[in-house]
Design a protein. Sequence first.
Length: 132
Amino acid sequence: TREAAEQDVSKWLDYRKMSESKRDSLQKDVIDPLITAVEEGLLVVNDDFTLTQKFQFPITDSDNVVDLSGVDYSARLQYRDVKRHLKNIKSDDGMGMIHAHICGLTTQPMAKIELFDMSDLGIARIIASLFL
């Protein structure tokens, strides 16, 4: 239900220590889409505050066999987890920075992130933006 999804996302934001004022400013563009993803079963807030994203469009190999059907996101992110993915990213490349954070949060290589369907990448970008 929508109410259960709101509670899950709120608990996750509490864990992330996000202030009420920041939540208010991010409600429409960031928090509401996360709630919708949880409500639709595309995103799960786990008991340890990691997140599991189930892809709408799984990544398949050349034989159309599913290679990746979703990803898990760490509950916390340290700079060292992102640093190695920033090597070829220019400082003014905002999307590249977000994608490097997705790599750090999921431990997936950039080459795999580039294969995400745009609808799945949208959710990933929203999650990563909360770690910038």
